[in-house]
Design a protein around this ligand. Sequence first.
Ligand code: ATP
Ligand code: MG
Length: 334
Amino acid sequence: MTDQRAARIARLIKPLRVKPGSKVNLAKDFDPGYKAGYVKKKDASQIMRNGIAMLCDYQARLAAQDRYGVLVCLQALDAGGKDGTIRHVMSGVNPQGVHVTGFKVPSAEELDHDYLWRYARHLPARGDIAIFNRSHYEEVLVVRVHPENLDRQKLPEDAKGDGVWRRRYREINDWERYLTDNGFRLVKMFLNLSEEEQRTRFFKRLDLPEKNWKFSAADVRERQRWDDYQEAFSQMLSATSTPWAPWYVIPADHKWFARLCAAAVLVHTLIDIDPQYPRVSQERHEQLLLVKGELEAQAPEGAPADPFAARQATKAGAAHARASEKAKASPPAT
Ligand code: ATP
Ligand code: MG
């Protein structure tokens, strides 16, 4: 069953993966309206629920094993749906094991350091999932589209110039390789929105009073640089989708499908890590048996020696009885 699910997830996300070394032309290669054959939200809702349940289970194991960490990087254009994706995909997980950091315009303190400094401070610990809502990729996106951001970074003269973006791609790839080699896996997702769907979502923020607070005139100004962003995203995807940290381009025009894909990409990475609950040593196991014996001896008159095992047996018996009732009520079709 689990193997079947893993295969289905792998099939779903394969077309979204940016092949390392390929040259991406975002507009031509990825359709923001793609739905992989699903027609409506409800067609995918059971699969989404399964995905969230799997995520919850894997996260518990990741935390218990305490060996690997996962860093999810979410990039999108404005109104791409990053916040909603995080809210839905992470809805079933233990909040103690997940840390979300949003990256805005850098502060004076952040500008006083190398450009990766502020991101490194929020990397996950082993056992944790960290989510970057915008990430170090802003350093080759907004900073590239608006070069005045680069001026503010106070770089020495010879660290600027023409080769700066190619150098940053290399540095980012090296940094991610270092993290991966040391047990921290990256899950990089770009929510790919169409220009018309972005316009619709801006109208939603203008037309609905409860959404007015989300409207930003700056977002509409950024929209005028649409082509420049498409170019910056295309180059970034081409240069930084690596075998150790590939990019996934998530079709984002249908929010429900984007969330399904985002959950699938994350679960796929966790399946690959395959974290396991730690097993206790033989010596420790024997100690546990001794304690068990002592506790059993403390059972009050009439109480089961192991009340937990007794409760489990009752539950299993009840489930079995329900299943046979159901089978009797609806005999298999011949
Ligand atoms: P929301 O969905 O709530 O609008 P947001 O991620 O867009 O979330 P904002 O506060 O609206 O958050 O915007 C953050 C701004 O910070 C963006 O315009 C982004 O381009 C900018 N930003 C992020 N990183 C950098 C950076 N390294 N240099 C310059 N600007 C940056
Ligand atoms: Mg914004």
